[in-house]
Ligand binder design. Sequence first.
Ligand code: KG4
Ligand code: ZN
Length: 339
Amino acid sequence: MQNNTYILGIESSCDDTAAAVIHNSKICSNVVATQKIHEEYGGVVPELASRAHQQNIVPVIHQALREANIDKKQLSAIAFTRGPGLMGSLLVGTSFAKSLAMGLDIPLIDVNHMQAHILAHFIDNGDNRMPQFPFLAMTISGGHTQIVKVSSHFDMQILGETIDDAVGEAFDKSAKILGLPYPGGPLIDKYAQLGDPKRFQFTKPKVGPMDFSFSGLKTAVLYFIQREVKENPNFIKENLEDICASLQYTIVSYLMDKLKNAVKHTGIKEIAIGGGVSANSGIRKALGEAESKYGWKTHIPKFEYCTDNAAMIAIVGELKYKEAQFSTLDISAKARLKL
Ligand code: KG4
Ligand code: ZN
């Protein structure tokens, strides 16, 4: 299979419309249009997301081609997110990818969004720090929380996952209770860095050793805040930094507990994380400490490859292209696609 390829990746699984071009594992362009409309509603509204994708997809793809300095006729294949995600959102990217591949008469490649979060580590950043197989991947975002054993690019096994909310939702829903705007994760992180992480205690939910549960934490935060605000209406304002620090400490140590269990279970000490919550300063610090404390080798992608993006779709496209793993034009989007 030729190596001199340009592959366009298209991502539209949730509320980011994204397109990227990859050439020999290096990203030539990586464009993301984040939909601001959802901020007013405090969460993603599926119907509005698909409409916004419809408006954004053509300009985003044009921009990705322009920034990569190539014409669409130079593309070797089109890779797109098939799932998992919101059906209305996925349909926009899927239909567009099919039409473009058909119009250009080039292969179409379907990509699993969760696999892409993990394989984003194989984008060539020129630093030679790609994970070695087998490694453990923890995907932590607003839509997913999983620990996966990665034996090769396409041999992945889920060791544990959330039984209810994703970790990003735990951040965002707690932030909402504290009156912070959506998405609240980055704000909790910002205030947490100024507060005392041991000031308030939240219990860590008990589930399987490598599984997660976050819905109880959200309820615990709600009851705690309601109780305190009854006593002192200014409680949140006066204690915001300590509340955020304590909450972040609980979540990060919970994530680390699960990783430690997975290391114990598999004997693998090579760890890679992905997803929007990888931007969190607490988890970054904890992983850095684990390198010296437990002898782990940890990998955190560049920030733009942590959150939803099309560069990760493009790298999977390239890896599949090399193995001629193409899809047919009758392929359909899948909201609940398994890893
Ligand atoms: O991967 P992503 O962009 O989209 C999903 O697939 O969900 O992740 C977004 C999630 C949101 O829940 C957001 O609050 C969270 O990542 N997030 C953070 C931080 N930055 C983004 N959570 C905690 N700390 C951060 N610094
Ligand atoms: Zn994602």
